[in-house]
Design a binder for this molecule. Structure first.
Ligand SMILES: *Cc1c(COP(=O)(O)O)cnc(C)c1O
Length: 465
């Protein structure tokens, strides 16, 4: 076998690339007919992948065929219009096409020296995001795998900055014996924040929880006296209700006291880029760090998370790595100064393409339409006699029947139907069906179909029980 010769032929005749393209187009064209979540019998077929790794190579065309014929049966149709699970987001055509093109470039996005185009587009995205969200000039952005890593990056910067202000260099002295950072939040904060805090050396008992209201928002009049040892963790978009904390009130108190405010806005912060919904994010510009995902609300392909920080020096000091072979380029942007990773995907390119394609008005329309579809679904379900447990301020809808048992059976029916998929949750002690409208592709017909399916499920479940 001459592997190199074979691979050169593959590059030259491009058959496998055409094959992949044909499969991909079939997939896109069939997305609305495909099961939204795979049926049990198709999931079982995935067992064929659990084989021993053979000694001999497999023909490239057979590798692709196996993935297409069997592997694609194990996909969920988050790029279609009726997948409402988690807060997954769809993918716009321009973002997918850009990802294809730039996958072939295979750029390592860590340094200007390894990918000038990625570094330049990161700089452009940083500027555009500051402008879209109305954040302070001088804010810096890091492009990471998702909001989890973005939260981790922001909190690393906050830890460095707060301890520095208390006369302690955490990079030199570590956490042993350091002054105490007060972590203040409410129990509706996202799990990824709690995980980041643990990764950063804090324990769950270090967190001071204050109350939240029935929508999951911080009860701000319970805020304790603040000072410059405080890190306050807020949220733009509760994963159940979609609710937003009161940034204006908290930031005003925090700013006076020199405390750091962090806002996890993985899917919700995009509301700031709309005319109709920006009232939800009032005051965010007074915070210190922000997190959002490209891969959720903005419908950029996975993976794409963004961290933004007002204190460029603290961010760079907290995340910088040095080694003799790393060549920082000085006046050009070096992406790894703003992220925990060194090598990384050049994901800012797809983010740039999506923003360039949409423009400010397109971003506004995309986000506002998600909200309007969520409202329409909630209205339709309410008319049909279902309870809506949340105020539908953004894209999340929580639905319940009169007993938890009925709620859970309706959810199971819907999940198995193949025609729609959504997850379950509990809200204020009650079982809930949790719908997230986060794909550009969802339209009025999808909403009406979903309302009809809810009614069908309720009838079927009454018969069974
Ligand atoms: C999804 C989500 C996260 C985690 O984001 P990933 O992109 O999955 O890492 C964090 N916070 C909130 C509010 C989220 O919705």
């Amino acid at each position: 076998m001459n592997l190199q010769k074979q691979m050169l032929e593959e590059l030259e005749n491009k058959e496998i690339f055409h094959q992949a393209k044909n499969y991909a187009f079939e997939y896109i064209d069939g997305i609305e007919q495909k099961d939204v979540y795979p049926q049990e019998e198709n999931l079982k077929k995935l067992q064929v992948f659990h084989e021993e790794l053979g000694n001999e190579p497999t023909a490239a065309k057979d590798v692709l065929a196996l993935l297409n014929d069997i592997g694609s049966l194990g996909t969920i149709t988050s790029t279609g219009g009726r997948y409402f699970g988690f807060v997954t987001g769809g993918a716009t055509p321009i973002s997918l096409a850009t990802k294809w093109l730039t996958d072939l470039w295979d750029q390592c996005g860590g340094l200007y020296a390894i990918s000038p185009i990625n570094a330049e587009l990161e700089r452009v995205c940083e500027k555009w995001l500051i402008n879209l969200l109305g954040l302070p000039d001088g804010t810096v952005a890091g492009f990471v795998s998702g909001a989890s890593m973005a939260n981790f990056s922001a909190l690393t910067a906050a830890r460095y900055h707060i301890l520095k202000g208390l006369g302690w260099d955490v990079n030199k002295k570590g956490l042993n014996g350091s002054p105490k950072i007060r972590l203040i939040t409410h129990s509706q904060i996202h799990a990824s924040i709690r995980k980041s805090l643990v990764l950063l050396g804090f324990g769950s008992e270090d967190i001071e929880y204050i109350s939240h209201d029935e929508q999951g928002r911080m009860v701000v009049n319970e805020l304790p006296e603040l000072d410059n040892s405080c890190l306050i963790l807020l949220q733009a978009g509760n994963v159940n209700t979609g609710a937003f904390d009161d940034f204006e009130t908290v930031c005003e108190q925090a700013n006076k006291a020199g405390a750091w405010v962090h806002i996890d806005g993985a899917f919700g912060l995009w509301a700031a880029a709309t005319k109709k919904l920006s009232y939800l994010t009032k005051g965010i510009e007074k915070a210190d760090s922000w997190v959002l995902d490209g891969h959720k609300t903005l419908n950029v392909p996975y993976d794409s998370g963004i961290v933004l920080c007002k204190h460029a020096d603290s961010m760079i000091n907290a995340l910088q790595a040095t080694a003799a072979y790393i060549i920082y380029s000085g006046e050009n942007r070096d992406p790894m100064l703003y992220t925990p990773e060194m090598s990384k995907r050049s994901r800012a390119i797809e983010l740039w393409a999506t923003l360039k394609y949409l423009g400010k008005n397109g971003v506004d329309e995309l986000i506002t339409t998600l909200h309007e579809n969520a409202k329409q679904l909630a209205d339709g379900l309410k008319k049909a006699g279902f309870s809506i447990l949340n105020e539908v301020v953004f894209n999340q809808v929580l639905i319940a029947l009169d007993t938890d048992q009925k709620t859970n059976s309706v959810l199971q029916y819907l999940q198995k139907s193949g025609r729609v998929w959504m997850g379950g949750s509990t809200w204020n002690g009650k079982a809930a069906i949790r719908v997230s409208i986060s794909s550009w592709r969802t339209n009025e017909l999808d909403i009406n179909t979903t309302v009809a399916l809810f009614k069908e499920a309720r009838e079927a479940c009454v018969v069974y029980s």
